[in-house]
Design a protein around this ligand. Structure first.
Ligand code: ZN
Ligand code: MN
Length: 267
């Protein structure tokens, strides 16, 4: 059995030992509670960001903190919209505040590097702002030893993988909500939490080039998904997961100049 990489399973003394090394890395998964159509659970974004964080942490000898399980409001053109039941969101200022508090707390405890692993499209700029304000609060300036990385996992999907996962053409990350990427990843990682017999097939949503507030609810397909998940498979999920974890690890190792043998030392 693997030693757990999750902070929730770690005792404070072992955690302090990791901090005392001066080289600790903590990943914070960030997701949402959001409708993902009839075939995927509301926690999909949180589940997937947590699984990516876990995969990366195992290879880096890093730790995974409790996820931020609620996200910024779902938007019609990227998540179907915040008007749909099941979607339960934070105001931007609230999310910024949560991130600011957590980043400050982890860095104050002596975590060397934090990695925010985003899994919900709408979160990104609010995470950026929360990190920026925390660093300002702490007086951490360019060139400091401590740092925070922010990323969304789908930005690590390679062109090669895209071509294999979407043989008929890639619809774009914004309308991937509840589509082939998330469904395939869930089929690979959490098959018991996917109901393929409930999948709603249909054409991709056609949305205007502007946002209108309040939203026009009819513009969101009845399924709540913006593109069809037909063609999803566990094999595609496995390909996606392995390639993305590999690229995440490679980028983080290079960026933070980590020793290759670090996983063996710290785990
Ligand atoms: Zn999602
Ligand atoms: Mn989302």
């Amino acid at each position: 059995m693997h030693k757990s990489v999750f902070l929730e399973d770690t005792d404070a003394f072992s955690y302090r030992e990791a901090l005392a090394s001066g080289e600790s890395i903590v990943l914070i998964p960030v997701g949402s509670l959001e409708q993902h159509g009839p075939h995927l659970p509301l926690g999909t974004d949180t589940i997937l960001s947590s699984r990516f964080a876990e995969g990366v942490a195992r290879q880096l000898g890093a730790l995974v903190a409790q996820p931020i399980a609620y996200g910024y409001k779902s938007q019609q053109k990227s998540g179907g919209g915040n008007h749909l039941s099941g979607t339960t969101s934070l105001d931007g200022t609230t999310l910024i505040g949560v991130v600011r508090n957590l980043v400050k707390s982890f860095l104050n405890q002596g975590v060397r590097h934090l990695v925010l692993m985003n899994g919900h499209f709408e979160n990104y700029q609010f995470l950026y702002e929360g990190i920026d304000l925390a660093l300002e609060d702490l007086g951490i300036k360019p060139g400091a030893a401590q740092s925070v990385l922010l990323l969304s996992y789908w930005d690590f999907v390679s062109q090669d993988t895209l071509a294999q996962v979407y043989p008929d053409g890639f619809p774009g990350w914004d309308i991937e909500h509840g589509g082939v990427l998330e469904t395939s990843l869930m089929l690979h990682l959490e098959p018991a939490r996917v109901a393929m017999d409930r999948l709603a097939d249909g054409p991709a949503a056609v949305l205007p080039r502007f946002d209108r507030l309040p939203v026009v609810p009819d513009r969101t397909p009845a399924s709540g998904c913006l593109s069809s998940a037909a063609g999803s498979s566990a094999d595609k999920g496995s390909l996606l997961y392995k390639q993305v974890v590999e690229d995440l690890v490679a980028d983080i190792v290079t960026e933070l100049v980590l020793e290759p043998a670090r996983a063996a030392v710290l785990q």
